[in-house]
Design a protein around this ligand. Structure first.
Ligand code: PEP
Ligand code: MG
Length: 754
């Protein structure tokens, strides 16, 4: 074997690092030792330059010394750039014919045919690339790849500990410069505050073990402590993971317990310690590898588990280092939470009391943390690359949840501009609060009922705050989305009971499970679908596999006992689907009666109108439905054949397009004809101009996000609806594509605040 045993190699590196010298000297020593011990003619270290986009040659043994700090290449370019981009090693005996290859001029590397490179990564963040090269054509064996990855781990740890140069990070506390990072807006609003790190930064003083037996012992103790912690969390007396609702986080914790007891994990950790790493560095190495593996998998469920694994690995690290996690109770005022990823339970635990905003390095807008953030009314930006690396505890920060930006250490003028915006918004909110208990009555005396959309128990607090008259759409699947397993019937019953209790005498419309499409449930794995939005989803699943559906109906009926209940079904395309779903409700109702359970005081069974086909359903549908609610988000999606979840076509078609308004007008007429009360519950209803258009078309009930109730009410109270209707009619007559401009002009003429 051409490689010294990893343990020997690490010992030599440790000795070399223990000697006097600055960061650069240490890097120079490392490349020498690695080249000698791996019998490589070249060993080089490339690190990210300050721009965060190019990789710079920081140290080399074997390449032209004059090119150190001069040679560089962009991420994605050349083999080194590709390793940095993908986070995966490249091993080849013929570098020049490997895809992406590119000589780095001035280094003299042309003569080296064989190439092995590994990413230098820590906690999901790539810091650089470590490379060995040989002239002879040879493929490096598995032990060599392992050894190189091991050294890359050590370099990553030492870099983060400040023992090696890290050009991308400003020295802590010194000249910390402003940084504007871009992410994706996931919950609107702006937060100004100070950084709190969900995971305090963990810095390892020494990643290389002095003594393997000691490290093995520490690892086992750490694991035992971790298992104890997970057991305590499950028993309900722990801190750090929320155990709020009926069993909703229990499932996550069960998954934690499984991972904490996973033998494979312990085996991999022990193997890394055997190679000569300190216990903490072993945890980091195994986690970095797992991360690289899971990020590549196509399995949605496995990828979701990655954050559980990260969380556990971090807990283990803290046990080993004796670091206490940030406790929700310790939050300072104006805290802005920064995390790699955050579970919905954790976010709930931090709560909204002192939390101003949240920014995540990962996460998605449809992710569960986003759902909770919106419910808590906390601005959230997700997918902010480089965030963890750049953020420092206590630094000033602005989270712009409207623009999807995070401004670290903003300059005084930027901060002042944002404070101005916040002050304006606060003044506006105050104005709107004055309207809270007034009706949405137009100038010409048309009464519109404004309701709110909800999906979590925490939303219900907004009912009286917003002045909404009821919950026009309760999205029951949100509860399912934040659970690892199907919530049990009893847990659902408790939840629905709490929702109804929170609503008091205001009505709540429960929409039965709308899963599939963009809402894939972690525990219900369907086959891969080319086009899930038009696939096996919502009522289609309910009718094909009625078990879950019936369980939900039972829970709803039980929860409502003695109170009024309204349910509606999502994504119907035909009258017969509505009829079959309604039959299932009847069966459950009969059963509840036979069992002598208290029945709902009144039961209304409605339909969501989300497909153009249903607009043209037979008349009997409009006669049979107790009410109809237009799901404008999906209806628009299918009407314009433009996927609502696809950013490339989002916003491409105007919701005030005349063709769409004609369809809505037809629905209004058919509901009037059949006698079905009608409402509208898509996003469109929450925008003042669009809400006026809907009222002008004939909708008398609109359901929207709680924060929209005020602005919509203000517009409706100021409008002469008859005149607005005439403006719309004129636009329709002259066959304009959209009625937006006509309506805008009319409302401007009337002085309606939008
Ligand atoms: C809609 O489609 O408009 C709707 C209200 O339902 P969701 O957004 O939950 O699909
Ligand atoms: Mg919908």
């Amino acid at each position: 074997m051409s490689v010294a045993s990893p343990r020997v190699l690490l010992r030599r590196i440790r000795e070399a690092l223990a000697r006097e010298g600055d960061g650069q000297t240490r890097l120079d020593r490392i490349v020498k030792i690695v080249a000698t011990n791996m019998v490589a003619e070249v060993c080089s270290i490339y690190l990210f330059a300050r721009d965060g986009k190019t990789l710079e040659l920081f140290a080399t043994e074997g390449l032209n010394q004059a090119s150190v700090h001069k040679a560089s290449l962009a991420v994605g370019h050349g083999l080194v750039g590709r390793i940095a981009e993908t986070g995966r090693p490249i091993n080849t005996d013929d570098a020049a014919s490997t895809p992406g290859f590119q000589f780095i001029p001035g280094t003299g590397e042309e003569v080296f045919r064989s190439f092995l490179g590994a990413p230098i990564r820590r906690q999901g963040h790539t810091l650089g690339v470590l490379v060995v090269q040989n002239q002879a054509a040879r493929r490096y064996d598995e032990d060599e790849v392992d050894a190189l990855e091991l050294i890359a781990t050590v370099i990553a740890e030492m870099t983060d500990a400040g023992a090696l140069p890290d050009p991308t990070r400003p020295p802590v506390g010194v000249d910390a410069r402003p940084a504007a990072l871009t992410g994706v807006a996931a919950a609107e609003g702006v937060a100004i505050g100070k950084i709190v790190l969900h995971e305090p930064k963990i810095v390892l003083a020494n990643p290389i073990a002095e003594d393997v037996d000691t490290e093995r012992g520490r690892l086992r103790e750490g694991m035992a402590a971790l298992r104890g912690e997970v057991d305590r969390l499950i028993a309900g007396d722990g801190h750090g993971v929320g155990l709020h609702g009926p069993g909703e986080h229990r499932d996550v914790l069960d998954a934690y317990r499984m991972i904490a007891n996973d033998r494979g994990w312990l085996r991999r950790l022990e193997a890394a310690v055997e190679q000569g790493l300190a216990a903490e560095a072993a945890v980091e190495k195994v986690q970095t590898e797992t991360r690289a593996r899971l990020e590549r998998t196509a399995d949605h469920y496995l990828r979701e588990r990655l954050s559980d694994l990260d969380d556990l690995a971090n807990r283990l690290l803290k046990k080993l280092l004796g670091v206490a996690p940030t406790a929700p109770d310790d939050l300072p005022d104006e805290a802005v939470l920064i995390a790699r990823a955050l579970g919905p339970g954790e976010l709930l635990e931090y709560g909204q009391s002192r939390l101003r905003g949240v920014a995540l390095e990962e996460g998605s807008t449809g992710g569960h943390a986003a759902i909770v953030a919106r419910a808590l009314n906390v601005p959230l930006v997700v997918g902010v690359k480089g965030l963890i690396h750049a953020a420092e505890l206590d630094d000033p920060v602005i989270v712009d949840g409207d623009a999807g930006r995070v401004l670290l250490r903003p300059g005084a003028d930027v901060a002042a501009a944002y404070r101005e915006t916040l002050a304006l918004r606060a003044a506006e909110a105050e104005q709107l609060r004055a309207l809270r208990d007034k009706p949405a009555l137009t100038k010409d005396g048309v009464r519109v009922s404004l309701q709110m959309n909800a999906g979590l128990l925490t939303d219900m607090a907004s009912l009286s705050e917003s002045g909404a008259e009821g919950v026009g759409l309760y999205r029951t699947e949100l509860q399912y989305l934040i659970s690892a397993r199907a919530p049990r019937r009893d847990a659902q019953t408790v939840l629905y009971d709490q929702v109804l209790a929170a609503a008091g005498d205001r009505p709540v419309v429960f929409r039965t499970l709308d899963m599939g499409g963009d809402k894939q449930l972690p525990f219900l794995k369907g086959d891969y679908e080319e086009n899930p939005a038009m696939g096996w989803r919502a009522i289609r699943i309910a009718l094909d596999r009625p078990l879950l559906f019936r369980m939900q109906l039972q829970a709803l009926l039980r929860a409502a006992g003695g109170r009024a209940l309204a349910v509606m079904f999502p994504m119907l395309a035909e009258a017969s689907e509505f009829e079959r779903a309604r039959e299932l409700v009847q069966i459950e109702l009969d059963r509840a009666e036979r069992e002598g359970r208290p029945l709902p005081a009144a039961l209304k069974i409605g339909a969501m109108l989300e497909t153009p086909a249903l607009a043209f359903a037979p008349r009997r549908f409009y006669e049979a439905a107790d009410f109809i609610s237009v799901g404008g988000n999906d209806l628009m999606s299918f009407f314009f054949a433009a996927d609502r979840g696809n950013p490339r076509v989002q916003g491409r078609y105007d919701s005030l397009n005349c063709a769409f308004l004609r369809l809505l007008r037809l629905i209004v007429e058919r509901c009037e004809d059949g006698g079905a009360p009608l409402s509208f519950c898509g996003e469109m209803a929450g925008k003042p101009l669009e809400a006026v258009a809907l009222a002008a078309v004939g909708f008398r009930t609109l359901s929207m996000r709680p924060a929209s109730v005020g602005p919509v009410k203000r517009a409706l109270r100021a409008v002469d609806l008859g005149a607005a209707r005439e403006a719309l009619a004129r636009a329709l007559v002259v066959e304009q594509e959209t009625a937006r401009r006509a309506l805008e002009a009319e409302l401007a003429r009337q002085g309606v605040p939008l």
